[in-house]
Each structure stands twice: as C-alpha cells, then as structure tokens.
Design a protein around this ligand. Structure first.
Ligand SMILES: Cc1ncc(COP(=O)(O)O)c(C=O)c1O
Length: 422
C-alpha cells in the first residue's frame, strides 16, 4: 500500500468518525482563523457568542451605568457565579472551591502567600523542569520574599538523560527523599512544552505524606484533560482562561482552594486580602476589618473585570452544554488517530508527548533538530494554512474536542508530511 492510498483510507475513516461525532455541532460555534487551527494551547479560537455577550455588557453599562452592579439579572457583582460552577465541573471540584478571578501568575502569587509558609527546615519547593518560566519566576521571587535562596530551596525534577518527559516515579521519589525539608510541591497539571499530564492525585498524596502541600498550574490542563482536583486532595490550583477555555487574549483565570482550607475550617489560611474577598453580605457595609468570604471567593482581591469575563462566559456556557465523557473520549480519539497516521507517514519525526492516554491531553509536541528547524517547519505549515507554534526545537500542535474534526487529525499529518518534504 502506498502512502497516498493509506492517507486516503484515513480520510475515509475520519469522515465516518466525523459523521458520528456527537460534538460535531460545536465547531460551527467558533470563529476559526484557519481550517487547521492547532494553537489552542496558546490562544483558543473565539466563540461566536462572545461578541454579543460583550456587546450586551457594553449596552448595560451605557444604559444603566452603576446600576449594572445591582441589576436583578446577573448583577456585575455576582457575574462570576455561574462561571465558577462551569470551571468547577471542568476541574472536578465543588463550586465553592472555585473563584474565577484575576490572571494566572497573580493568582499563583495569591495562592503562594497562603500556601507557602516556610517554617524551620521545611522551606523547600519542588517543581518540574522545564516549568513555564512565569511559574519559576513566581517561585523564586517568593523564596526571595521569605529571605531564601533558590539555589538551596528550589528543587527541580527534570527528565532523565536522553528522555524528554519527567518520570512520575522520579517526582515521587524526590518528594519522599525531601521529606521534612519540603514545604510545597507545585507542578504544571500538563507540561507546557511536552504536553505530559501528571498523575496529580499521586503527586498530592506523596506531598502530603511528606508533610508538604500540593498545588497545580492547570493552564494547559483545564478544558483539555479530565480533572478531579477535589478527590485528588490538591491543596490549591490556578489557571488561565485563554487557552483550552477559549476566553480570549488575557482572559481572566481562576483558583481552586480545597475546602479544608476555608475560613472557619480546621486549618484556616492567612491571605493577601482585598475587598472582593470580603463576605458579600458585609462588603458594602465598608467595615475596616476584613471578613473573608467562606469559600475560594475569600481569596479574590479586586472587583470582577466584567467585559473580559463576558467573553469567557460565552465560552464556558458552551462547555456546560458538552458532556465531559464525550469531550474526553473525543480528545483521546483525535490524538490516537493523529498518532496512528504519524506512525505510518512521519516515522522519522520525533514525538515527545507520552503515548499513554492517561499521561497526556490534546497536545502533541514534535522535536526538531534545533529551534531554527522548528521555526522553518512552523512557517511552511503556516503557508499551508496550519497554525502551530514553537518553543525552542519543539513544535506544538493541539487538538480540542469542541472545534476539531477527525479529518483535521489526518489533515495535520498530511500538511506535516508535505512541509517536511518541501
Ligand atoms: C503553564 C503556564 N503558567 C503560567 C503562564 C502565565 O500566565 P499569565 O500571563 O496569564 O499570568 C502561562 C501562560 O501561557 C502558562 O502557560
């Protein structure tokens, strides 16, 4: 069988899968910059409903001014309430464990202020390498804030020599070895370069067994992989709204705080406070003393940014209509189809994302010889209508169950094959 006949067969298989896909209708609800848009790990495409939803809030502002804060339907002061429920569903949390607020790195600092409390010899933070630079900057600056040096207090666990991804067994062994020196484990839910998804429950269990806390950066995980943060006993998590959630450039993010850390719970947490974290019922009493709201809302600092939230809300409303099991199954099937075709037609192209379904989501990372080779491939793909991006020698493409078709998995392999040949 020649390459072209097997790709023709793959196209037929994909067409059948697309015809039977229960999520197929969602694709039409997005503005796609190109037929083959594979950059949802960086900036998700725009939901068509976003424009009208932002316009509606602009109209409300024009017509009602300050009264929008207190209007009977969806007052601005409570704008994020349904959004917290939507995010809680996506990360496997109780609604009161989620606050939709601020931006990812800011939220990480707010969480670290509460959950990184070095004491005695328990000062160390463990993270994966390479982690997203902003996370590392946040951790190093927090260490410095506490008068500590990264050289001594930041533990980075990377891949073994010759390997591309971090072995979970290595993470767990290092957590155990650090023992009483460890204050916090902070991992990307899914790694931004390799797309590797970590076993969050195992990492949280190991952190707790060592007497430390466990937090996760879900930027590349929320909306991408099934999550069960509450059951995993994670202490906290943060995320952004602009990648797999499709909330728009710089869209607000969110936090998860496990219920056991709520104000009034067994282990109440100190925090950096602002008026939006005050109890809603006494916020406008304007009292000088801060009374934290009971749940994750108690970590909010500033009032909600309604215009960007409106775009994110349009996206989250779409997720609310999509069954989680169908999204997870389609995401797995899309990358599996890509893999089968890449095995057959791109045998020399190195894929560094783990192959096991439990250890990845919709991102596929391809490793080229160097950054220049990756950039050149990205440009050839772009000229052929395919959006991807690069980080050093790694070219990233990612699949999303709400806007990709099975035909796109085959189309991606075809474009790669042609771009590599040309
Ligand atoms: C894993 C990860 N962490 C942190 C950030 C920083 O996000 P923000 O600029 O929203 O703070 C990003 C941004 O892409 C990211 O991918």
């Amino acid at each position: 069988m020649t390459n072209s006949t097997t790709l023709a067969t793959a196209r037929q298989e994909a067409a059948q899968l697309d015809a039977a896909d229960p999520l197929a209708g969602f694709r039409g609800e997005f503005h796609l910059p190109s037929e083959l848009y594979f950059c949802g790990h960086s900036l998700g495409p725009q939901p068509k409903a976003a424009a009208e939803q932002v316009a509606a809030e602009l109209r409300a502002w024009a017509e009602t001014g300050v009264e929008g804060h207190f209007r009977p339907q969806r007052p601005w002061g409570e704008y994020t309430r349904p959004m917290a429920a939507a995010c809680a569903r996506l990360i496997g949390a109780e609604t009161d464990e989620v606050a939709v607020m601020h931006a990812l790195s800011v939220n990480l600092h707010l969480m670290l202020a509460s959950f990184y409390r070095p004491q005695g010899e328990r000062v160390r933070i463990l993270m994966e390498r390479p982690a997203f630079p902003s996370d590392r900057y946040a951790l190093v600056s927090q260490l410095q804030w506490h008068g500590l040096r990264a050289e001594e207090a930041l533990i980075e666990v990377g891949p073994r020599a010759g390997e591309a991804t971090v072995r979970v067994e290595d993470l767990l062994a290092r957590i155990e070895a650090e023992g009483a020196r460890l204050a916090l484990v902070l991992l990307g839910g899914a790694n931004y370069v390799t797309g590797q998804f970590f076993d969050l429950a195992a990492c949280a269990r190991a952190a707790h067994a060592a007497g430390a806390l466990a937090g996760f950066d879900l930027a590349h995980a929320i909306g991408n992989v099934p999550l069960a943060l509450h059951a995993a006993e994670a202490d906290f998590a943060v995320w952004c709204g602009y990648k797999y959630l499709n909330g728009g450039p710089g869209a607000p993010g969110g936090v998860f705080v496990h219920r056991r850390h709520f104000a009034g719970g067994a282990t109440p947490r100190a925090r950096l406070a602002g008026w939006w974290g005050n109890r809603a019922d006494t916020r406008f009493a304007m009292r000088p003393d801060f009374e934290p709201a009971p749940g994750a809302d108690g970590w909010a600092v500033s009032c909600p940014s309604v215009l960007p939230l409106a775009a994110l809300d349009a996206a989250l409303a779409m997720f609310q209509r999509a069954p989680l099991d169908e999204m997870a199954a389609k995401s797995r099937a899309l990358v599996a189809l890509f893999d089968r075709q890449a095995d057959a037609h791109l045998p020399r192209l190195k894929r560094i994302t783990p192959r096991e379904a439990a250890a990845r989501g919709g991102q596929i990372s391809l490793e080229l010889a160097d950054a220049a080779a990756a950039a050149a491939l990205q440009q050839r793909l772009r000229a052929a209508g395919l959006f991807s991006d690069t980080r050093g020698p790694v070219l990233r493409v990612s699949f999303h169950p709400l806007y990709h078709r099975y035909a796109d998995a085959v189309g991606c392999v075809e474009r790669l094959q042609r771009a590599l040949a040309g």
